[in-house]
Design a protein around this ligand. Structure first.
Ligand code: PMT
Length: 399
């Protein structure tokens, strides 16, 4: 049976990509009904949308002829998923305040269906504290966001605010409908960098943005798992409905993981933990002198290795950020860390890895090497979690 998806389109230049989104959704067995906000039809014509969706396009809240057949309440009830793409800053603001002044905002208030938003706007508008506040309010109500992504914008600026690509939107929407692969699993994820103080002003850290670990956390939640996310300092908002433990240093991360590990069935160590730290950071700012500054650093605890060598222990998945490696090197690393899966991230590539929206990974399981081609971190998180769930199932069948 086709999946009823109500697609709301708001006024943004990204609306020109929506005919392709409708095509993809229909290809993936969705029935699509389109609702336009005031102003959206300046960017994409109702006739195009009607032809591609094979359904009438709805615009007016108080349309006498439409009210007889399909009122806003009936549309809100019909939908199994409501997707707003593109979602403008204005629409996000109205939704967060509960304003219902047109058909689209009214049916968003009236629906029981899960809501998905794919924001699209200028990067400064997305970064504006008002938009960020509205975004967090909607997140806390369980509304799910697909994107925005980073890149060159229609206005010529560069930054975070571009609408996710239609394929990504379609994949994420449908992923949420699939059977919850990870129901019953309790997944502990570390993400982001650690910060090791040198003095009250400076610290040692690395380029991890947390994007890969947070994508895994969001996806694991969408797949029905209970998630605990332990994170070093990042600029990201934690996904709603997970247990979130923010911290700074490798030692703090070790003690948080030690406190949590026994309550979890899977441990995914995505964090880029500092390998060294300064045991006694200077209490006052280190003054600039003409001589060389020598710091004597100690190795940090290897959290993954310590956890993976415990018995009993959860299913352990390590990441390896590498710039140069051979198969023998990574196989040796997997054995040393004692993890069930080691995921290799080639961070010498400019287009993936640290900070980037996309990633490509090589997954070493107990008996296979699987290459995951370059795609968004959300898509790659879906693929990796699918592999993990299959491997856990295989393991429990063997035991
Ligand atoms: O955060 P993003 O910007 O999205 O970037 C993602 C990423 C590149 C950080 C991520 O994909 C990644 O590769 N994470 C692992 C980074 C890393 O620390 O690699 P490593 O080879 O140094 O460590 C191997 C494993 O041991 C990792 O699972 C790490 O979490 C763990 N480790 C390392 C050192 C340490 N002291 N304790 C640890 O537990």
């Amino acid at each position: 049976m086709a999946i009823p998806v109500l697609l709301g389109i708001t006024a943004s230049i990204a609306a020109y990509k929506i005919p392709e989104l409708i095509r993809l959704l229909r290809e993936k067995n969705c029935e699509v009904k389109v609702v336009l906000s005031f102003g959206a039809k300046e960017f994409v014509t109702p006739l195009t949308l009607q032809t591609l969706s094979n359904n009438p396009v709805y615009e007016a809240l108080l349309d006498a002829s439409a009210e007889n057949t399909m009122s806003h309440i009936a549309l809100a009830r019909w939908a199994q998923r409501i997707l707003i793409a593109p979602a403008s800053a204005n629409f996000i603001a109205k939704l967060s305040c509960g304003i219902a002044d047109d058909l689209l905002t009214t049916l968003c208030l009236a629906t029981q269906a899960p809501l998905f938003l794919a924001p699209a706007m200028n990067q400064a508008m997305w970064a504006n504290p008002a938009t960020q506040h509205n975004f967090k309010t909607l997140l806390s109500r369980g509304i799910q966001f697909i994107g925005p992504t980073e890149g060159v914008q229609a206005c010529g600026e560069f930054g975070l605010g571009r609408m996710a690509e239609p394929e990504e939107i379609a994949n994420q929407l449908l992923f949420s409908i699939e059977k919850p692969l990870l129901a019953g699993q309790k997944i502990l994820i570390t993400a982001g960098p650690t910060q090791e103080a040198l003095d009250p002003i400076r610290f040692l850290t690395n380029r991890s943005s947390g994007k890969m670990g947070y994508a895994l956390a969001k996806t694991a939640l969408a797949l029905g798992a209970d998630v605990t996310l332990i994170s070093g300092p990042t600029a990201l908002s934690p996904p709603p409905h997970c247990k979130f433990i923010p911290l700074k240093t490798a030692k703090e991360m070790l003690s948080a993981v030690e406190n949590e590990i026994e309550h979890h069935t899977v441990f995914i160590s995505t964090a880029a933990v500092s390998d060294y730290y300064l045991p006694s950071p200077a209490l006052q700012k280190i003054k600039k002198e003409k001589t060389t500054l020598t710091l004597s650093l100690e190795p940090s605890p290897d959290i993954l290795s310590l956890m993976a060598h415990r018995m009993p222990r959860p299913y352990c998945v390590g990441f390896a950020a590498e710039t140069q490696y051979s198969l023998a090197d990574i196989q040796e690393k997997k054995i040393k860390k004692a993890c069930d899966i080691l995921v290799v991230n080639d961070v010498s590539r400019e287009d993936i890895g640290f900070e980037k929206e996309d990633n490509a990974l090589t997954v070493l399981t107990e008996n296979e090497i699987i290459h995951l081609e370059k795609t968004s971190k959300m898509n790659i998180a879906q693929q990796l979690l699918k592999i993990i769930s299959e491997k856990i199932k295989e393991k429990s069948n063997v035991l």
